[in-house]
Ligand binder design. Structure first.
Ligand SMILES: [Zn+2]
Length: 498
């Protein structure tokens, strides 16, 4: 096959040693082994500050033009598609007969292969997903260089470059002491607090005796290990740790097991923070019981509440059941897609008709204005009559032009995106048991974040466009109910697509 090669690194990845040359070599080796020819190589270096991928766009344009090139070869899926929008584009191009090959991954040319590919893009957790504005981007740049993005935690001092934090000679040893006390599993937050006060080191000049919550906050702050979490990613800070990671982990286990035994190793609270209590709308949190079972309960932030606790195994089964509601078989899916696309096509048609009518009017108005001017020059109409007419034509021209501008800006959203999501959603309940915890959390976030738990049952609060298909039998009606100007709420601006 004659192929284009595409390699991409972000500036952050480059710093971490992920090199563009290594990717190019892998592509060459792949082709040599299989008798493919690399016609041209496209190299993209992305920075967090610049949006878009000019080289990628150039390549896609070249691919569409050149019939002799059969497809594109990249290292992995995440090099080619950064988000769901890219995936929709790639999928469109596949339908013209072009191929996408990956050195490290292979997708069968079947429906199942396509779904796997789509799922991969859907679940790819690229850090750029979380970044919505320039401020965050600036922060990430700083963090990627080892900088600490917040105020110094208690025990550290903020200092200027090259190191952003420095241990405070008086406080840092006390932080380490707090961890060592609590790690024994014999202490409570109260008793550790008493020991803190007994050292005579003031917490703050204005509040020398720390609150219990302050002690807990210190004991759960990973930053003391030299690693910290920021926007869902873990970073290595360019500063000196106060405690080793092993000590931090021991303290976290002491919290989970409330200081008794260690049989709870490996038990985790996987679905913390994803759901709400149906009765009082508090967040559902998890606790580990007897060191081996995870129970989910309401946080009771708004007073007592009678919702029963739910075992993690039961909650997982509930989520899978809820996802099953998205799978209605091919007929219903086809109907949903047809309805959705039909509705959007109608809206496009309406706009097109209006635009044509307005453009025709612009031409007419220009004609009137020209002819009126000639008539005035040749004395067929009075100066006064012309001035009045000309004013009216100009006003109308202005109004029509404004409406045309507005039509241009107000593009109908890309229904392809929603349709792809609907296709992928069909398989979620089947792949559910094979996903990692992080992917499972992402599936929940994408499809029905903020669902509620009521009497041990999960009541889904679907995100768009999944609400459309989850309604099953109502599917024939839903698109008829959509107001002609109303898109499903915000599917374009969701975390999925950008
Ligand atoms: Zn509650």
């Amino acid at each position: 096959m004659r192929l284009f090669g595409y390699v991409r690194v972000s500036s952050r990845e480059q710093e971490q040693g992920y090199s563009i040359d290594a990717q190019m070599k892998r592509l060459q080796d792949f082709c040599t082994g299989r008798g493919h020819v690399l016609v041209r190589m496209f190299r993209e270096v992305e920075t967090a500050k610049k949006a878009g991928r000019p080289i990628f766009n150039e390549m896609i344009a070249a691919l569409k033009k050149d019939a002799s090139v059969e497809g594109i070869l990249t290292h992995k899926v995440d090099r080619l598609c950064r988000n769901f929008k890219d995936y929709v584009l790639v999928d469109e191009i596949t339908q013209t007969g072009k191929k996408f090959l990956f050195v490290e991954e292979e997708f069968a040319a079947t429906a199942a292969g396509k779904l796997t590919f789509g799922m991969k893009v859907l679940l790819a957790k690229h850090y750029i997903d979380n970044l919505s504005d320039e401020v965050k981007k600036g922060m990430v740049e700083k963090v990627a260089q080892g900088g600490y993005p917040c105020h110094a935690p208690w025990g550290y001092k903020n200092v200027k470059a090259p190191h952003s934090l420095e241990p405070d000679p008086l406080r840092a040893p006390l932080v380490r002491q707090l961890y060592e006390w609590y790690a024994t599993g014999l202490e409570s937050l109260d008793s550790v607090r008493e020991k803190f006060i007994a050292t005579g080191i003031p917490y703050r000049p204005s509040a020398p005796r720390p609150a219990k919550s302050v002690i807990e906050f210190i004991l759960k702050n990973r930053s003391y290990t030299g690693w910290f979490d920021f926007l869902g990613e873990r970073y290595k800070g360019a500063y000196e740790p106060i405690i080793p990671e092993s000590l931090f982990e021991r303290v976290q286990r002491a919290f989970n097991g409330r200081g008794r035994g260690s049989g709870h190793r490996g038990v985790q609270i996987n679905f913390r923070g994803l759901f709400l209590c149906h009765s009082c709308r508090c967040r559902i949190t998890g606790t580990i019981k007897k060191g081996k079972y995870t129970y989910y309960t309401c946080t009771h932030m708004r007073g007592p509440c009678a919702e029963p606790a739910l075992r993690e195994e039961k909650l997982e089964a509930e989520i899978q059941d809820v996802l099953r509601q998205l799978d209605h078989g091919d007929d219903l899916l086809a109907m949903a897609k047809e309805g959705y696309l039909g509705k959007t096509a109608d809206r496009r048609q309406q706009r097109e008709t209006e635009r044509a009518r307005l453009e025709e009017r612009v031409t007419k108005l220009r004609e009137f204005m020209n002819r009126g001017y000639e008539d005035k020059l040749e004395g067929r109409i009075t100066e006064e009559f012309w001035a009045e007419k000309d004013k009216a034509w100009k006003a109308e021209l202005e109004a029509v032009s404004q409406r045309l501008e507005a039509l241009k800006k107000d593009q109908v959203g890309r229904p392809e995106m929603a349709v792809k999501l609907l296709e992928l959603s069909q398989t979620l309940h089947r792949v559910w048991p094979t996903r990692t915890v992080e992917q499972k959390r992402r599936i929940v976030e994408i499809t029905h974040w903020n669902s509620t738990v009521s009497a041990g049952k999960l009541r889904p609060a679907w995100n768009s466009p999944f609400d459309l298909i989850a309604e099953g039998p109502k599917v024939k009606e839903w698109w008829a109910l959509l107001d002609s100007n109303q898109r499903p709420k915000d599917y374009e601006s969701s975390a999925l697509t950008d």
